[in-house]
Design a protein. Sequence first.
Lengths: 310, 310
Amino acid sequence: MTTEQRPSPDALLIVGSMAFDDLDLPSGAARDVVGGSATYAAVAASLYAPARIVAVVGEDFPADTLTMLGSRGVDCEGVERAQGKTFRWAGRYAANLASRETLDTQLNVFADFRPKLPEHYRDSKIVLLGNIHPTLQLEVLAQTRSPKLVVADTMNFWISGERKTLLQMLSKVDALVVNDEELRQLAEDHNLKRAARTVLGMGPKLLIVKRGDAGAMLFDGDGTFFAPAYPLESEMDPTGAGDTFAGAILGFLSRAPRIDHAAWRQALLVGATVASFCVEGVGNSALVELTHAKLAARLRELHGLLTVDA
Amino acid sequence: MTTEQRPSPDALLIVGSMAFDDLDLPSGAARDVVGGSATYAAVAASLYAPARIVAVVGEDFPADTLTMLGSRGVDCEGVERAQGKTFRWAGRYAANLASRETLDTQLNVFADFRPKLPEHYRDSKIVLLGNIHPTLQLEVLAQTRSPKLVVADTMNFWISGERKTLLQMLSKVDALVVNDEELRQLAEDHNLKRAARTVLGMGPKLLIVKRGDAGAMLFDGDGTFFAPAYPLESEMDPTGAGDTFAGAILGFLSRAPRIDHAAWRQALLVGATVASFCVEGVGNSALVELTHAKLAARLRELHGLLTVDA
């Protein structure tokens, strides 16, 4: 649970978006919130290990954020600053935060993004292909030399619109992280267990299914694991929780002595715990304040939820 | 896990409905399916301990069902056969079985039902107040002498229409079993954890929240436990799964040496497992065929879903 778990973590590469989000939350509107899958994942991963980001930002992206990431040991050399505006997403959440609708998406500098890995990124051992166009995910993967673990995220937009490229990408990754609706859509089957088997036949040896406040499931060839969500009383903003979950999992695994069944299961609980803090603040505000002491205490509580002989 | 767990189980009293269900299922229509909360709960409980039923049926109710219950050790002396037709419910399930709508409800003999406990029922130590009018639940409770555990179920209809009587009933029970939507409605709060605290303030010392294929949660003063649903590939009919869950829990607890935290947690896993079999057949067809060997094997699988150091 501490960063002393292993003297030298495996280098972790994260590709994804860095963005401004305009959020209509039950607690009110929040504008120009720094977000993006790579930002959330890197902040989460940096609780365990320094990560390297590949992403693009516009001229309007705050230097403060890059400074914050740097202070957490995140390598931002692969963050390209392009002419124009940063990627922007606007969404509105339901009163119970259980669903949201996209109000607006402005690709801006993301439209022409071709990820280019700095030379020292290429030997990264663990790679998180955050939710971006599967072609870009493949381009990142092609620039790596010999990663030992590649995990991909994706979304409904690519599943429906870029299925062929997505399947090509899936054939090259070790694990996929999706939510239950994305899984059903990808497998074209409403039954989660059957859908999981179908997706495991597409390439990934391991599948993580996010189910919001109903927790997450891990499917592999040998079995299934269930990680409950930490029951929160003070949800503020679920934006980035899934990216936080994935980033924390890979940060944890980059420190694990062995990436075996037990490590994956523990990683899911860590991911669920770190994600629960993310949801307690708008944007990454609660996440960046998270200490190892608070994380360890909540992780113990989550373990308690799974303990039969209490 | 076996009926040898304890030489003499606590007597378990179940009050609820016995019914005919007309089901529109994705697999087709099924008419005159024997159902009702008491039927499902008693079949499930009888895996562990003989139960006693208080209910009413009409002249059209099949003697076969009472014979089947009797052969499982269920005491049906408290099942009143009244003039007229048995209670009937008709419902239609969505293609993914995740939701259903009521098409028709015919109370029939249930309209004038006043539960009357046979004398030897009055000393029952464990009481399951199945989902019926809270006034009837109170009448049953008033006829018992000194139960050591009283568990109630209810539904949205009573929460909205009979709130005052329901609250009176809640003040007299040890535990409540509801689904997540009923909990939210009862507490008037969309947040499950806060809602749970509110409901625990209404009387019950313990609250079990059913969340369908997302599992079940146990809330008490000291903590929370999460029981995942067994991931099925062959769901047929969720009718009665909640009653099966409750019946199996109380059957298991009636055999438990002590009804403590660990027993409740184990009971939830047992309930989830037995309920998973219920869903695999139309009506109680799969449930009545369930053997202890099959139950034990699936229960081990469910434990595996919770095991971190696999």
